[in-house]
Design a protein around this ligand. Sequence first.
Ligand SMILES: Nc1ncnc2c1ncn2[C@@H]1O[C@H](COP(=O)(O)OP(=O)(O)OP(=O)(O)O)[C@@H](O)[C@H]1O
Length: 274
Amino acid sequence: MLRIESLTKRFGANTAVDAASFTVDAPRMIGIIGASGAGKSTMLRMISRLTDASEGRILFDGRDVLQLRGRAKRAWQSDCAMIFQQFNLVPRLDVVSNVLHGTLGQRSTLATMFNLFPREDIHRAIDILERLGIAEHAAKRAEALSGGQQQRVAIARALMQEPKMILADEPIASLDPMNAQTVMEALRRIHEEDGRMVIANLHTLDTARRYCDRVIGMRLGRIVFDGTPAQLTTGAARDIYGAGADFSEDATSTEIRDRDLYAEAALRDAEATV
Ligand SMILES: Nc1ncnc2c1ncn2[C@@H]1O[C@H](COP(=O)(O)OP(=O)(O)OP(=O)(O)O)[C@@H](O)[C@H]1O
């Protein structure tokens, strides 16, 4: 299905991704982990053709993705929707219009400029929002929503493209633990129910273990781990993060730490109301 062969990206003297290879034979949910600067974002950006690769090949169902130009390249970008840490919504625009912007590639500029969307697209957008549990916010401005809700709007916008693959670049890095969980559950459900491939860059080990079928570990541009969550032992994690014997998983797990804080805060709130 997806085959990455010796994919390399150089920025001047710096090799951000260094001869990375992996194959995905069926739609999976894959987590990419690694320290800051390991090359995770660059990898996703090359797959979606937002960044040109220096060397290597990307094959999807036998098609050579790096050779696509013009319309074929745009169709590929529509096939692999990107989701970003900062949501990239239009803050003052209402939620439905933001979601409808997922159909931009398929619509004329004029129709888009005047926010003229076919009725069936509007219904589809609302159906998707409903599926993600945020339909009641459809008429609100995007900026009025919480971070987790905004990220679900971004996922809804991605789904409007009917993508074959969702590439999520640190989708939960700016969210509190509760919102992070909702967003990861949404991505997992989309993967399971629609059979779409999801590749997510994640900064916490426990999130990768909990939601992904397969974890790829990157260090200094190279893939140094590729296995199941069960194979991702503390020792393997230590190699990925290039840490010494004092490595603690908690250092890569703001989720657990924050969750404890969150639980404490919730307990305090509960006690205060008794
Ligand atoms: N546009 C760019 N120009 C020059 N160097 C870049 C550019 N984008 C990334 N790099 C470099 O490439 C390397 C990999 O960066 P990348 O953002 O892919 O890492 P990452 O694993 O996603 O890190 P983070 O978790 O901090 O986002 C880094 O050394 C970074 O400085």
